[in-house]
Write a protein that binds this ligand. Structure first.
Ligand SMILES: Cc1cc2nc3c(=O)[nH]c(=O)nc-3n(C[C@H](O)[C@H](O)[C@H](O)COP(=O)(O)OP(=O)(O)OC[C@H]3O[C@@H](n4cnc5c(N)ncnc54)[C@H](O)[C@@H]3O)c2cc1C
Length: 457
């Protein structure tokens, strides 16, 4: 048995945990970071980075198929999944090496092994007791399933989907949220037939309704099938494939079923309840300053109810480190955290939808402008359609931006600055957007909302 003392012990080395550790050492605190697998967590090894690498391969496949349109002759010979995997793994390996180097350079003590919270100030890893003046819990999340739906064989989650060594010819996807539609987009580009099953009335159901509708049109045009508003009933599997049945009796045959119905908090059996933390369905309940019900213990990232996004986890980690160091950081509000869905087309949004803005401020106090990307030169050049919708309070700030189209994820930087700085369209309108860029679409919407539209009515 050995005992080591730190200012801060962080349990879980994913986006939230390692961000807390990095910021805490910057602030002069001594930190132990406990990780049972690989630092970087879900995002780096099984989430954001590998899926976006896959989506890039998918985009290259589409570009080469459509190159004639732009006067370029190419021959598309298909997808070499081994080469796609090696490219994807190369990106992850390089980021992983960089992160390990950074943690070492900041003199963070990384402890390998499965940790357990044994008191408000201690985490046990094997026979090592790590004591911290404060403890940050950052144990992340896992792919959930539905009651009675067992994962195994041809019924897979995103982890197995990433590891597939072939392109399936037919795929059924349960769940039309971000993970489901991103895999749908990749597999369609790789040549598979794809059907999505979503119980809610729309794909990407957490987005502004007008965006969901445009998204559905775009997926329909790409030949991606989807069934909306009907619940999944069951699946059978054989050596040849799966048969998925919906409650309305409709069936889908496919090689595999990807279950993408959300992620649950990884908190079971880690001592949280025993130490007295308030929990709700496995999530750790915190106040807005991310403090749990036990003094000195904080929670960050996917185990805290709300948006499960890597950049939220990073921000949580930074926040908690600064809070512990006594800097009184500004509270992070989930509503103003940007969201991007990296499929083709992309969807990017921040802030309130029009409906939510009306609910909050009243119908007469909300104005919107929907700028069609058909009027944007750069969007035309790269061959994308879509729109940028801006929601403002009348005589007040921009409270929401909702975008769809190729590459609009890259526009979210300006959109989130505008919303989070509570800028008025009149503040943004005189600022110059380079021509021709897709950012001009945001500029045009701001000009229109400020009462002086340029290339719009
Ligand atoms: C397919 C997919 C795609 C995604 N794409 C995006 C995206 O594009 N953009 C985005 O913002 N988000 C994306 N996400 C979500 C993002 O990955 C998560 O929100 C983020 O990783 C959460 O960070 P975290 O630190 O809370 O948890 P995690 O990253 O899950 O890290 C938790 C860490 O804790 C470790 N751990 C758990 N229990 C213990 C224990 N007892 N002892 C020691 N270590 C332990 C785990 O091994 C893990 O490394 C995606 C997720 C998936 C699954």
């Amino acid at each position: 048995m050995s005992e080591q003392n730190f200012d801060l012990v962080v349990l879980g080395g994913g986006s939230g945990g390692y961000a807390a550790a990095l910021r805490a050492t910057e602030l002069g605190l001594s930190v132990a970071l406990v990780e049972k697998d690989k630092v970087g967590g879900t995002c780096l090894h099984r989430g954001c980075i590998p899926t976006k690498a896959l989506l890039h391969s998918a985009e290259v496949a589409d570009v080469s198929r459509e190159s004639e349109k732009y006067g370029v002759h190419t021959d598309f010979h298909g997808i070499d999944i081994a080469a796609v995997t090696s490219y994807r793994e190369g990106v992850v390996a390089s980021k992983y090496k960089g992160l390990q180097g950074l943690l070492k350079a900041r003199k963070i003590t990384t402890v390998e092994g499965e940790g357990r919270l044994t008191s408000p100030t201690t985490v046990q890893v094997g026979d090592v007791t790590l004591t911290g003046k404060n403890v940050v819990l950052a144990t992340g999340s896992y792919s959930r399933s539905l009651p009675g739906l067992e994962i195994g064989g041809r019924v897979i989650t995103s982890e197995q989907a990433l590891a597939l060594d072939h392109v399936p010819s037919r795929v059924a996807i349960l769940g039309g949220g971000v993970i489901g539609v991103e895999f749908a987009s990749v597999w369609k580009s790789f040549g598979a037939e794809v059907d999505i099953i979503e119980a809610l009335p729309h794909l990407v159901p957490n987005e502004e309704e007008s965006i969901s509708k445009q998204f559905e049109r775009a997926f329909r045009k790409r030949g991606i099938g989807f069934s909306l508003g009907v619940r999944f009933q069951g699946v059978t599997q054989s050596d040849d494939g799966v048969v998925v049945t919906l409650e309305d009796g409709k069936t889908f045959e496919a090689d595999i079923l990807l279950v993408a119905v959300g992620r649950g908090p990884s908190t079971a059996g880690l001592g949280y309840e025993e130490v007295g933390l308030t929990m709700d369905r496995g999530f750790v309940i915190t106040n807005e300053r991310l403090a749990t019900s036990v003094p000195g213990v904080y929670a960050v990232g996917d185990i805290v109810p709300g948006l499960q996004l890597a950049h939220r986890s990073f921000q949580h980690g930074i926040f908690v480190a600064e809070e512990i160091a006594g800097l009184s950081p500004q509270v992070i509000d989930d509503v103003n955290i940007p969201k991007v869905t990296y499929s083709d087309p992309e969807v990017a949004s921040v802030g309130l939808s029009e409906a939510k803005a009306v609910e909050k401020h009243g119908r007469d106090a909300v104005a919107t402008y929907d700028y069609n990307l058909a009027g944007n030169g750069k969007s035309h050049i790269i061959g994308t359609s879509g729109s940028v919708k801006v929601v403002r309070v009348v005589d007040g700030p921009v409270v929401g931006v909702h975008m769809i189209g190729a590459r609009v994820g890259e526009l979210i930087g300006e959109a989130q600055l505008t919303v989070n700085w509570e800028a008025y369209p009149e503040d943004v309108a005189p600022l110059v957007h380079a021509h021709p860029t897709q950012n001009e679409a945001l500029g045009e919407a701001m000009l229109a909302l400020a009462g002086k539209p340029l290339h719009a009515m």
